[in-house]
Every structure is written in C-alpha cells, then in structure tokens.
Design a protein around this ligand. Structure first.
Ligand SMILES: [Zn+2]
Length: 205
C-alpha cells in the first residue's frame, strides 16, 4: 500500500448517481439523467446500519428461545427451538441436516452480526489498517446475504419431507417468524452500510 492512490470522486468534486451510476458534478442535487437524489455516501449509513443491526440482534433472542417447529414421532409431540432441532437431528443420525441448520441458523447469522458490528466500530474509530480486508469482508457478507433465507427454506424443506411421512409430522412455530425477520433486518443492515466509508479519511466526516 506504499503506492499513492488516485483521488476519490469526492475529492474531485464528483458524485456517482446511486440509480444509474452517471458521474455528476457535486453541486447537483438530482441526477440529470434519471432524477435520483445524489449523495456522496448513503445517507445516515452508520446510524441506519447500527439501528437495523441492533434490532436484528434483539430479535435473534426470541428466534432462538421460541420453538421453530413442532414435531411428533411415534405418538410423541415435542416443540423444538433451533438448537433443540439441531440436537434432535444430530441424535437421529441426520448429521447433514443438523449441520446445515446449525450453519444457516447459528454460525452464519452470528458471524454476520459480529462482522457488521466490527466494520461499524472500525469506521467509527477511523481505523486505517486492514481496509482492503474489511472491504473483502463486507463483500463476503453481501454475498452471503443472497443465501440468507436458507434457514427458513430448511424448515420448509423439513416440513415438506415430513408431509411425505419420511420423518413423522412437523409444523412450523412462531420462532421461525422471528428468524425470518432477523434475516431481513440483517440484509437491510448490510445494504445500509456504505463500504466507501471504510476508505474515507476520518477527518472529513
Ligand atoms: Zn441517475
């Protein structure tokens, strides 16, 4: 990183339209081509990302504490939380399903919370080291976002399997609604974050 970097659009008095990507002169308020409002950075990016992240983390508690499905097998009914479901599948020898649910419902959401929190904290503190790695982390979070509904789909899949009497009988429960909301809030939080903030000079904020 010893090579000097070229000037940013902001330093050159230019701003890219969020809608059509047209490069406009900074004093313009609206894009002359598509009419979208022009901003150097996503407006209130930090506070929106933080608010959505906090909401997601708070709702992650009921998502884990409330049952996500009710299963009955051999005449015995039980309501399972996500972790309970993972353990139940594991003990039943369904290691693949247990692993997929654990990754999609526990490991990946927690990794996303921690990463987004860390990105926010680094921008807030004006850290200049590891910018490239943090940008790559953000891209990874964005990529995972496309697959975030996987956990909800897994429950759907399990319910479908059960309908065909492969695993007994299962019905979805309220925890899965919280889980879906957590997934959506985390995606919105990630999309509210402007990765260009990672590269901004903290003195300009
Ligand atoms: Zn435009």
């Amino acid at each position: 990183m010893s090579q000097p970097l070229p000037a940013t659009a902001q330093e050159l008095g230019l701003v890219a339209c969020h809608g059509c990507k047209l490069v406009c002169d900074a004093p313009a308020i609206r894009c002359p081509r598509c009419g979208a409002r022009l901003h150097y950075r996503k407006p209130a990016s930090m506070s929106r990302t933080l608010a959505l992240l906090c909401a997601a983390v708070m709702l992650y508690l009921p998502a884990n504490l409330l049952p996500v499905m009710r299963s009955s097998q051999f005449g015995q009914a039980s309501e399972n939380t996500i972790i309970g479901g993972v353990l139940a599948f594991w003990h039943a020898g369904e290691f693949g399903i247990a692993l997929v649910i654990f990754l999609a419902s526990v490991a990946i959401p927690c990794a996303k919370f921690l990463t987004l929190g860390w990105l926010l904290w680094c921008v807030h503190r004006g850290h200049q080291i590891g910018r490239r790695q943090r940008t790559q982390l953000y891209r990874a979070i964005e990529f995972i976002g496309y697959w975030s509904m996987l956990d909800v789909l897994v429950v759907g899949l399990v319910c479908a399997l059960v309908r065909f009497n492969l695993l007994g009988s299962v019905e979805p429960r309220s925890g899965i609604v919280f889980f879906g909301v957590v997934v959506i809030l985390t995606m919105l939080s990630a999309s509210s974050f402007d990765p260009r903030l990672i590269w901004d000079d903290p003195k300009h904020d």
